[in-house]
Design a protein around this ligand. Structure first.
Ligand code: G3P
Length: 251
């Protein structure tokens, strides 16, 4: 079990990709909006461009959240910088860009927000993505800020995080609990299991808690469901609507 103990610093509500119900996900606007809505923590996704630069975007491809096309991993940073990442959400957000990891960390540090950085490698780039993103984050993230929570579905990426930034807690991302979740959690020495709220059951939460890990769940926008999950003992909930869940958490 990890000796890192950031529990007190990680709140019950984390804005998923920023306040992604009210601004285009994973943009600087979404992170600013999260802070305006009272969120103290945000989650974001990081992957690498064709030229190996860490950028913040969820999908492997550009079509859904930008006016570009193709794979992020086959697009250079310069080409990405020409894309609009806001208009798809609403015209008011025209001109929002796919931010670099540096831009996001700078903004979050300035606003004093905590963060969960999800490592989202393209196939075959697990280790590269983790090394590059963690090197950047390690150089930039203020020592006085809450530790970055580093999560991933990628087991190799989590193991890199264990070795490169042992001072930061890790989250093992799962859908439902897998048969091998314990061995995976031990191998990456994680602090938490991040599970899909749509499939996790009360007995799964109890199993993870009994094993000594925190339980974080994604993505919950319904207050009734959130109340239910907190009753089960879930520590943190990723939500697109922090303004709905924060009052329930007493924040
Ligand atoms: O930890 C939960 C979260 O990382 C899931 O987020 O952005 O991959 O939907 P996302």
């Amino acid at each position: 079990m990890t000796t890192v103990a950031p529990a007190a610093a990680v709140p019950a509500v984390i804005a998923h990709r920023g306040a992604s119900a009210s601004a285009p996900e994973n943009t600087l606007a979404a992170f600013r909006r999260a802070a305006e809505l009272g969120a103290r923590w945000v989650e974001f996704d990081v992957t690498l461009t064709a030229d190996g630069r860490p950028v913040v975007i969820h999908d492997d491809t550009l079509e859904r959240t930008t006016d570009g096309a193709g794979r992020v991993a086959e697009t250079t940073l310069a080409a990405l910088a020409d894309l609009d990442a806001g208009t798809w959400f609403a015209p008011d957000f025209a001109g929002e860009l796919v931010p670099t990891l540096e831009e996001v960390l700078d903004l979050l540090a300035d606003m004093g927000l905590g963060a969960n950085m999800e490592l989202k490698p393209a196939p075959g780039r697990d280790t590269d993505t983790a090394v590059v993103a963690l090197d950047v984050a390690r150089a930039m993230w203020p020592a006085a800020a809450p530790p970055l929570l580093v999560s991933s579905f990628s087991r190799p990426a989590l193991r890199v995080a264990r070795d490169v930034t042992p001072q930061w807690p890790r989250g093992l991302l799962l859908g439902a609990l897998t048969d091998d979740w314990r061995s995976e959690a031990e191998a990456a020495d994680v602090w938490a299991v991040h599970a899909d709220a749509d499939v996790i059951r009360a007995r799964d939460v109890a199993e993870v808690l009994d094993a000594g890990y925190r339980v974080m769940v994604y993505t919950v926008n319904d207050p009734g469901r959130a109340a239910n999950l907190w009753d089960w003992g879930v520590h943190g909930i990723f939500t697109d609507r922090p303004e709905v869940l924060l009052p329930m958490a007493g924040a």
